[in-house]
Design a protein around this ligand. Structure first.
Ligand code: G3P
Length: 228
């Protein structure tokens, strides 16, 4: 499963790309609006940080297929081939996905709440489908179960469309979609950090550091001992 960052905050993106094996960034209108900066400035900065080789998923905001298609084309012209227009699975969105996929675009079908929506989006030509795990959990609809259903449908029908799971609020949800066979999970930087938190890891590292410092001195590394 690939890890993506679900944020439009350039500082956080830079910090996480430096530390974690992150395959790209997803944004949505809410995340963009939160930055309170001009839209194109934000995306230009994100692309500069992540480079041309990383995926950048950007949501269109038009409500009719023609506008969505035009937005998608403009976004890809501006931010390169690794730009994936995110299009909600409305009837107009489905039409836009089909038009774009037929012209060679890699489209991410988003705001998915049920497996059959994902199947329709895949049939329309979407490269990714994005079910919202935590939002489903919050209405008692079993987000991980929906993801597992989509994975099963794509496998049963031999579809190459990938499942880009989104909307996470805890590490267990991320683990559960990974075990269900999701291809990708996008999450907030804080959640990515939390994945590495483990009491045994923390106490293990602290113990090693203390024992080492007692024997060789605080702050001494193996580099300092090379000539001894
Ligand atoms: O981009 C869509 C999805 O990631 C939304 O997540 O946290 O707002 O439910 P959230």
């Amino acid at each position: 499963m690939l890890f993506l960052l679900d944020t439009a905050n350039v500082k956080e993106i830079a910090r996480c790309f430096d530390l974690f094996p992150v395959a790209g960034v997803t944004t949505n209108p809410t995340l963009i609006a939160r930055e309170k900066r001009p839209f194109y400035d934000i995306l230009t900065d994100i692309r500069a940080v992540i480079g041309e080789g990383s995926m950048l998923h950007v949501q269109v905001v038009g409500t009719d297929a023609e506008t969505m298609v035009t937005e998608a084309k403009q976004l890809r012209d501006r931010f390169g081939a690794g730009t994936f227009p995110k299009i909600p699975v409305t009837p107009q969105g489905l039409k836009a996905i089909r038009i774009l996929a037929n012209s060679g675009f890699h489209v991410t079908a988003t705001a998915i709440g049920a497996p059959l929506q994902a199947l329709l989006a895949a049939r329309a030509g979407a490269s990714f489908t994005a079910p919202y795990v935590n939002r489903l959990d919050n209405i008692g609809a079993d987000g991980v179960g929906v993801v597992a259903g989509i994975v099963r449908l794509f496998s049963a029908y031999g579809l190459s469309t990938k499942v880009l799971t989104a909307s996470f609020k805890n590490v267990q949800q991320v683990l559960d979609v990974a075990l269900a066979g999701a291809h990708t999970a996008t999450m907030a930087p804080e959640l990515l950090n939390l994945i590495l938190h483990h009491p045994l890891t923390d106490s293990g590292v602290a113990g090693f550091n203390a024992d080492w410092a007692e024997a060789y001195g605080a702050g001494v590394t193996t580099l300092d001992l090379a000539s001894v």
